[in-house]
Design a protein around this ligand. Structure first.
Ligand code: SAH
Ligand code: SF4
Ligand code: F3S
Length: 439
């Protein structure tokens, strides 16, 4: 009987991409995916640590596997990802979760087959976490979630040290893959039916820094745009401080580059932006948004916002509401500030009481909803180009997909996942559009 695996992934697309590589390596070793999480021979949990609720979810999930290991001691339980890069969590696992067999980190994903062999040989827990690495493994097997769209990491790590953020500690210093490796990966994907790529990096705009032969993100976009069979190029995330005119120009001129920029603002207050170590102020951000909208009239801009950063006053928060209105974002991910051990902000005085933060958060969400429902109306009666991503869970006649502007569309239509279709939008809800396929 073939052995089976399951991988549970928390966090961002970087982690999703890492999990796809782990799945690829396991399949190369002869394992096949397991339908039921709890009966697999190997269970890997890939963790995220960006906010406290991510940590909590992981411990909740891990708790569920205690009984699995007890009933079936041969099951191998491995944990990896961003939480494992932090000593505090490794210690917690060591002390309270003795049934975990393999612990590894974000820098040695490619070493998993060796770690598994070591565990199988000794029957003793194997822990291997590297502080950082310059090594970028290429050509790892990768079991993709979809055929028609794919994640392509272009940089790893982050050098920005925003004062609230754990990522620079869990992912190490920023390093870029060589452009030829990225292009080769995308060419091969497109030859195998991939229509859409999402170029991934914590800050894609600084792509190329530190490469032997300098290469910019704008140039990379232009090169990827030339790949024949590809239909859509997306990218995230863009740090506002590094979004150059060349990049804006490349997006404007690209044939396949989606006119959609994820540009986290985080706060609208100059004082808070400074404390966050974001290296821009509100005027710069607003004028950047204006510049982008002028150069790319059909652009959509999405953002991330943190509410309740230490010392945030009502006035600071009103500045955030104001920037949201001025920039008229097409979508926003809103977060309640979560102190992360080891970051500068966690040690700051002036942590904001929970009820104040919640009240502000609700006001921000209400403001965003008003903007979104207003903007959504602009889509009504338009015809949108959609690539079908999936079939609705509740109704098999309904498909879902996204517009090039990244708006979610549920639609009635007779097509297959991965098909490019035209959909007439009949109804615009705040968070998604509804329509009917016309061809
Ligand atoms: N590299 C990306 C984002 C990575 S994390 C960027 O620079 O934009 C995704 C988002 O999580 C961030 O944009 C931020 O809004 C949010 N975030 C990060 N750390 C957080 C924390 N400690 N508390 C609340 N939100 C946080
Ligand atoms: Fe975190 Fe800032 Fe780096 Fe984004 S740019 S990953 S928010 S430190
Ligand atoms: Fe989470 Fe690590 Fe991504 S902390 S958001 S999985 S980089």
């Amino acid at each position: 009987m073939t052995k089976t695996y399951t991988i549970i992934t928390f966090g961002c697309q970087m982690n999703e991409n890492d999990s796809e590589k782990l799945a690829g390596m396991l399949e190369q070793m002869g394992y096949s995916p397991c339908e039921n999480d709890k009966t697999a021979d190997i269970i890997i949990i890939n963790t995220c640590s960006v906010r406290a609720n991510a940590d909590d979810k992981f411990f909740g999930t891990l708790g569920e596997y205690k009984a699995v290991k007890k009933n079936s001691p041969k099951t191998v339980i491995a944990v990896c990802g961003c939480m494992m890069q932090q000593e505090v969590f490794r210690n917690e696992i060591k002390e309270k979760y003795r049934f975990v067999d393999i612990i590894f980190g974000t820098h040695n994903i490619s070493e998993f087959p060796r770690l598994l062999k070591e565990y199988e040989g000794s029957g003793k827990r194997v822990t291997e976490v590297l502080e950082d690495t310059d090594y970028i493994p290429e050509n790892l097997p990768c079991k993709r979630q979809f055929i028609h769209k794919a994640f392509v990491s272009i940089t790893f790590g982050c050098d920005n040290f925003c004062s609230y953020c754990i990522v620079p500690y869990t992912r190490g210093r920023e390093k870029s893959r060589k452009p030829e490796d990225i292009i080769a990966e995308i060419e091969s994907l497109s030859q195998n039916g991939c229509k859409e790529v999402l170029l991934l990096g914590q800050n894609v705009n600084s792509y190329g820094k530190g490469l032997e032969t300098p290469f910019s993100f704008a140039r990379l976009l232009k090169e990827v745009d030339k790949i024949e069979a590809l239909e859509r190029i997306r990218f995230m995330t863009s740090h506002p401080k590094d979004l150059s005119n060349e990049v804006i120009e490349a997006i404007a001129q690209g044939k396949k580059i989606c006119k959609n920029i994820h540009l986290p603002v985080q706060s609208g207050s100059d004082r808070i932006l400074k404390l966050m170590n974001r290296h821009y102020n509100r005027d710069y951000y607003i004028s950047l948004v204006e510049r982008i909208r002028k150069a790319i009239p059909e652009v959509t801009i999405s953002t991330d916002i943190i509410v309740g950063f230490p010392t945030e006053t009502e006035e600071d928060f009103l500045d955030t509401l104001d920037i949201v209105e001025k920039c008229s974002f097409d979508s926003a991910f809103t977060f309640i500030y979560s102190p992360r051990i080891g970051t500068m902000a966690a040690a700051m005085e002036g942590q904001i009481p929970e009820d104040t933060v919640k009240e502000r958060f609700n006001r921000l969400v209400a403001k965003m909803q008003d903007i979104l429902s207003e903007k959504a109306k602009e889509y009504e009666n338009t015809v949108q180009e959609i690539i079908a991503d999936g079939i609705s869970r509740n109704n098999p006649e309904i498909m879902s997909g996204r517009t090039p502007s990244n708006k979610l569309v549920n639609f009635k239509g007779n097509c297959r996942v991965g098909d490019s279709v035209k959909v007439r939008i009949t109804e615009a809800k705040t968070y998604y559009l509804y329509g009917e396929m016309i061809q």
